[in-house]
Write a protein that binds this ligand. Structure first.
Ligand SMILES: Cc1ncc(COP(=O)(O)O)c(C=O)c1O
Length: 390
């Protein structure tokens, strides 16, 4: 059978490769996947069970249940301070992934360029290519206590083919939260060259040390040229429920809905019903989950204290730590494979997030604290051996 060039061109991400290798050992501490080990809150699970038992198991409107879109609209207004019309400007999707892919499919023609900021989530690059677009990568460097691109470099990457800039803050994998000045510059660039911004805010609820969050939507006139992507995967530990949304100006939201009709019909109905309950319940929020990740992040910071050869800027958001391993003399890939072989600890090599990240590894603290401590104990043993030249 002949397989298309598009499908053949997609290589499995290193995250998956490491995850599969890690499964070979029965004592692996697996820091690879951005998939919280925490259970979805009981209120949401109960609401989904009820929906199923009540027989709410059919298709919904392509854009999702109007009750859900109303609840999302209210939640975006509370969080972003921007109103999206639930009738025409919100589409419930199969996680943030489908929202991102559908948005790109609606925005790109063949050869159009999309600016991605290192370190970037690998799926963006694949999605852009799958849409016939061309990813244009802006390199990151250490600045202001974080590993990120500069706004000047983003503007310098603009050409007459640029259609989209993708911003992901808080950032997977670096944990960086872009500040207001940076976001303001991106907003200026977007307006100056008429470029759409896709703002992927899936980690927005996971912020630490009182860091101030700035969204591209905070800037005057940006709603007209922005797609807001969100999902409940991280905030409510719902990765397997496959539910998220895109909020966008009417013309784009309606295009996403038409596309959705032809590829998936709608997001899973029980997930939609469960979220209507959760979002409409004023007494319900994700504080417990946020508190858990705050404690785990603190544990990671403590474990990194006095760690030979490794450096880390504490993540300002997300559940990832991005660790500079330059001083070990190994690159991220060699480090990750050797660590897995010798200590049965799985981490993701930084090269997965762009060429300038090759001397980093990513650790997802989606494990309970005793496992985090166990994993870091093994990492310490590993780097101590390297520092002694063993
Ligand atoms: C930056 C980023 N965006 C989107 C997603 C996808 O989330 P969802 O489960 O909602 O599809 C992830 C998942 O890891 C992510 O890290």
């Amino acid at each position: 059978m002949r397989i298309s060039n598009l499908a053949m061109g997609l290589t499995p991400s290193p995250t998956r490769k490491l995850f599969d290798m890690a499964a070979k050992y029965n004592d692996t501490v697996d820091f690879t996947l951005g998939d919280p080990d925490i259970k979805t809150p009981i209120e949401i699970r109960n609401a989904a069970c009820k929906a199923i038992m009540d027989g709410k198991t059919r298709y919904s409107a392509n854009a999702g249940l109007i009750e859900l879109r109303r609840a999302i609209s209210a939640s975006v207004l509370r969080r972003n301070g921007v109103f999206y019309d639930p009738e025409t400007e919100i589409v419930a999707t199969i996680g943030a992934m489908e929202a991102l892919y559908a948005s790109l499919l609606c925005l790109l023609n063949s050869g159009d360029e999309v600016i991605l900021l290192e370190p970037y989530w690998i799926n963006y690059r694949h999605m852009v290519t799958m849409c016939g677009g061309v990813p244009v990568i802006v390199s990151a460097k250490e600045n202001n206590g974080g590993f990120a691109v500069s706004a000047d470099d983003v503007e310098a990457a603009v050409t007459d083919k640029t259609r989209v800039i993708v911003i992901n803050s808080p950032n997977n994998p670096s944990g960086v939260v872009y500040d207001k000045e940076f976001m303001g510059r991106i907003a200026e660039t977007s307006k100056k060259y008429n470029i759409t911004v896709i703002t992927d805010e899936v980690y927005r609820r996971l912020l630490y040390d009182g860091v101030e969050y700035s969204s591209i939507l905070d800037f005057e006139g940006m709603k007209e040229n922005t797609v807001l992507i969100y999902s409940f995967s991280k905030e409510f530990a719902m990765t397997g429920w496959r539910i998220g949304y895109a909020a966008a100006p009417k013309e784009l939201a309606q295009s996403i809905t038409r596309l959705q009709e032809n590829i998936v019909a709608c997001a899973p109905l029980m997930s939609q019903h469960a979220l209507v309950e959760a979002l409409n319940d004023e007494g319900f929020d994700s504080k417990e989950i946020v508190d858990e990740f705050t404690a785990r992040r603190q544990c990671v910071i403590e474990q990194m204290e006095g760690m030979p050869l490794l450096k880390m800027n504490p993540p300002q958001g997300t559940f990832y730590a991005f660790i500079d391993i330059t001083d070990t003399g190994l690159d991220g890939e060699a480090f990750a494979y050797k660590l897995l072989e010798e200590e049965h600890v799985a981490v993701v090599p930084g090269g997965a997030y762009g060429d300038s990240c090759k001397n980093y590894i990513r650790i997802a603290f989606t494990l309970e604290i005793p496992r985090i401590i166990e994993g870091f104990g093994r990492i310490r043993r590993f780097v101590e051996r390297i520092s002694k030249g063993e």
